[in-house]
Write a protein that binds this ligand. Structure first.
Ligand code: NAD
Length: 332
């Protein structure tokens, strides 16, 4: 390793999906990692050098977490899939504002050199996402702003806070806008899971020729990015000198119906769809424009959706195997 002193990084949200994978990635690259979360990683032990259970909505904990740290990867958030974020707006805005504002302020006080903030495609205006066949979203499409109510507005506000901390305090910041990240070791049940994990779970629990429930009419469109590409993109952005918000996602757009068909094919099952139009489905269409990502990083996500879903489906199916009889009984 070619570093004078081991760089000391903080990963907040290191007990969560992306934070856990990122911790492993950074350890593989020789960093000293402190992980912080309000919970331990759910599915396997952390690889962080130090893991602290701290509630980052409290400023004294943010000061403790950022002490003697060179770089912060800010991934802690109260979040979940569309069902969760549409019905918990106040709690999400309160918690995430407290976590992020106090973490960046503690980073300034403790003289952290670089701070990465994890934003979301949810900052893009609803008026650009009313059709299934929408144009991919470019970074500059964020304004005039009309972000996802609650979760998306806090993300957009925090993007601006990062800019102000750079301009006024000289804290070097990076802002990444994720587009639907998925993969193994992510939440797949309980109400906070996102569409790929929810669909993998439903297909894994279904028998051949069964029906599964789809939220909305299934024609809503999205793009999905596999977790290994996500952590590599985060790292490349952190190492770059680019300070503006940057999309990180795949630019292959498909409908939820198509997503179900791919998972059913992977599982080798014939699956019928039952549409529940009362369930939230988010924007009608969304895709990432990766032009700037390619320009800035000279790189873009590589793992195909089929490959990523194959790995994810196998992991979720294996996790459910033991619980299958009880879950099927509860469903009946
Ligand atoms: P996650 O829910 O798996 O991880 C977030 C972690 O933050 C959780 O482990 C949670 O316990 C922790 N946390 C919550 N409140 C905390 C607190 N008060 N103090 C300390 N830790 C706290 O989510 P994720 O998918 O890993 O997302 C990581 C980041 O990426 C978040 O900022 C999220 O908004 C953003 N993001 C994710 C996606 C995606 O598709 N997964 C998309 C857009 C943006």
């Amino acid at each position: 390793m070619n570093m004078e002193r081991q760089t000391r990084v903080l990963v907040t949200g290191a007990g969560g999906f992306i934070g856990h994978h990122l911790t492993r990635y950074l350890k593989e690259r020789g960093y000293w990692v402190r992980g912080v979360d309000i919970k331990e990683p759910e599915f396997e032990p952390t690889e962080a050098d130090e893991f602290e259970l701290l509630d980052l909505s409290r400023s004294e904990n943010c000061l403790k977490a950022t002490k003697d740290i060179d770089e912060v990867y800010g991934l802690a958030a109260n979040m979940g899939g569309i069902g969760f974020i549409e019905s918990n707006k106040a709690v999400i805005v309160r918690d995430n504002t407290l976590i992020n504002l106090q973490t960046i302020e503690a980073s300034r006080i403790n003289r952290v050199k670089r701070y990465l903030y994890t934003s979301s495609a949810c900052i893009y205006p609803g008026y650009l996402q009313n059709e299934t066949d929408i144009a991919p979203l470019k970074e500059e499409d964020a304004y005039p702003a009309a972000a996802e109510d609650g979760y998306g507005w806090e993300k957009l506000y925090m993007e601006r806070v990062c800019r102000h901390y750079t301009e006024d305090f000289g804290l070097d910041t990076r802002v990444v806008r994720f587009h639907n990240i998925f993969g193994p070791l992510g939440t797949y049940d309980g109400g906070r899971e996102k569409s790929p994990a929810a669909i993998c779970r439903k297909v894994a629990l279904a028998d051949d020729a069964d029906e599964i429930e789809v939220w909305g009419d299934g024609e809503q469109t999205r793009s999905y990015c596999y977790i290994s590409d996500c952590v590599e993109g985060i790292y490349r952005l952190m190492r770059s000198d680019y300070r503006e918000p940057l999309n990180l996602g795949q630019d292959r757009m498909l409908s939820i119906n198509e997503l179900v068909d791919i998972v059913a094919h992977i599982a080798g099952k014939k699956i019928e769809k039952r549409y529940d139009l009362t369930k939230p489905q988010g924007v009608r269409g969304r895709n990432s424009d990766n032009t700037r990502l390619r320009q800035v990083l000279g790189w873009e996500p590589k793992v195909s959706l089929e490959e990523g879903l194959g790995t994810t489906y196998s992991w979720i199916a294996a996790m459910l195997e033991d619980r299958k009889p009880a879950l099927q009984e509860a469903k009946a």
